[in-house]
Ligand binder design. Sequence first.
Ligand code: RIB
Ligand code: CA
Length: 311
Amino acid sequence: MYIEKTPLIIDTDPGVDDAVALIQAFYAPNLDIKLICSTAGNLGIETTTRNAIHLCELYEQNIPVAQGLPGPLYRDLETATNPHGSVHGKMGFGKYVYDGVKNSPIELPAYEAMHYALQLYKGTTILVLGPLTNVAKLLLEYPEDAKRIKTIVFMGGTKENVLMEDNPYPEFNISRDPEAVDIVLKSGADIVIIPMEFGHNAYIPQAEIKKLKSINKTGEIFHTMYQDYKDGHVKDEDAATHDSCAIAYVIEPTLFKLEPVTCEFIYRNDKGILVSNLAKESNIKLAIDMDYAGFKNLYYGLLSVSKTKDE
Ligand code: RIB
Ligand code: CA
């Protein structure tokens, strides 16, 4: 049966939930991943680059990895930490560790690699699972690329309009490079936003995490990664699924209900929030609902067909 494949660039800061999303993307029959770009976010750029390369090696994916900028466009990098240290564990994969990687990132920096991939592959979607730094850099250097990108899908911000709250929560991907958010929102590109509420509501509970081990090698890896992943909005023993929700949209858009919105970035306490308001029509769409049962089916379906190089 012929399945039309979506050419896809994934920009990511692996990170536990990024790792789960990347592995899911590797096995989605309707995705053709042309390029993976590392971005600084959950951890520093060296770690996120190495982690992205490791996953490609572990799952024998012949996908080029391009290294992103070392930090936000105009400010210092603040990685994802909590009182225990890194939200994603010391090396970004919870308690999962690996020796090292054989391959290096390609020569081109992420934004240049994106630019060339957009020339080569018409109708390419860019999925951003971390701060928007690399995509903003692409659009600064090549503004005409906004029209070459089919859709920029990014995980970030909140569904609820928190503008009136005294101290609204600064969602990580949006708040770590606010200037990049502004550039992307104003670029004219078609954008879909998958806000953080979905990753919190569609958390993997401890009871399910325990069972992951017995499914296959990937389930065992997810279980180990989840042991030290503390999102802060879900119980420590549960696992948020932010980036899996974002890749689920790219794989199966019908799982989501979108609404056109006007969307602006508002600075708060030197961080910031996304403020979205419903609009009659807009190039920016916000996901406002998800089929949670369908999401879980996709999560376990892709998990069950994944195979590491050692299996
Ligand atoms: O706020 C959640 C987002 O920030 C996720 O993409 C997580 O991986 C971190 O990058
Ligand atoms: Ca991420």
